[in-house]
Ligand binder design. Sequence first.
Ligand SMILES: NC(=O)c1ccc[n+]([C@@H]2O[C@H](COP(=O)([O-])OP(=O)(O)OC[C@H]3O[C@@H](n4cnc5c(N)ncnc54)[C@H](OP(=O)(O)O)[C@@H]3O)[C@@H](O)[C@H]2O)c1
Length: 270
Amino acid sequence: MARLTIGLLKPKKKILGCDIAGRVEAVGRNVKQFQPGDEVFGGNGVGGFAEYVCLTENSLALKPANISFEEAAAVPVAALTALQGLRDYGQIQPEQKVLINGAGGGVGTFAVQIAKSFGAQVTGVCSTMKLDMVRSIGADQVIDYTGEDFTQNRQRYDLILDAAAYRSISDYKRALSPKGIYVLVGGSMALMFRVMLVGPWLSMTGSKKMRTVMAKINKKDLALMKELLEAGKVIPVIDRRYSLSEVPEAIEYLEEGHAQGKIVITVQGQ
Ligand SMILES: NC(=O)c1ccc[n+]([C@@H]2O[C@H](COP(=O)([O-])OP(=O)(O)OC[C@H]3O[C@@H](n4cnc5c(N)ncnc54)[C@H](OP(=O)(O)O)[C@@H]3O)[C@@H](O)[C@H]2O)c1
């Protein structure tokens, strides 16, 4: 489906890279919020793997003062996906039992911390190597998916945010509390289509709900992330840094699917 908008056989926009952080070089006549020299972060879906990028002011916010450009560039899509998935699709509430599947990845590391900032009791699911890291960013419980299947352990969750969705719909339903909400972020495309098709019907006919997230970058949520980052409630987890000329290696590593948090591209001179 994404190919219909981003290009059927190859990307229509040649420069990829969704997230950016940098200094404003110049502004258009109608721009009200920013001026040259401002340090900003955000993104509008393309063009990030470059020294210069042109984008609308609505897709940017001022960079948190306490973090580097590299850390800020790790935030936009992953953090806003986690935020919108938990808050808008998942209707997260304090004290709820929230499970984050894929807790060791880009979206997951933000989701654990954002869910904690809402006052939830958070369980993070990841592989053995990432257990300590997921605990260190605030998860109350961790489950090693190589040894335990959270859909079979009789625990029930009010909200499941799934960044690594590879099980069946009935498995996920079983792990939900009676009024629980399952929010699919990413994983198997087949499952994503199934949840898109069957989810609305399941939600209408029963008390449990199943939804898929389509995150949208916007300045209001970027500004909220700025507050959380400046308050130290969220800290970007960065696995590796690559230079601009190493983008192919960076993507190759990302596509292996086991990065710990985010990887970032460093642009010289920032
Ligand atoms: N809907 C949206 O708007 C939106 C936005 C952004 C991203 N996404 C999608 O969301 C997904 C996650 O993105 P991401 O940036 O977080 O990717 P990522 O950084 O690669 O993280 C995925 C994580 O899933 C873990 N994982 C793999 N198999 C697992 C399993 N069976 N059980 C539990 N965890 C497992 C991996 O960690 P281990 O090393 O522990 O296996 C990895 O850390 C991708 O499919 C991406 O395309 C969707």
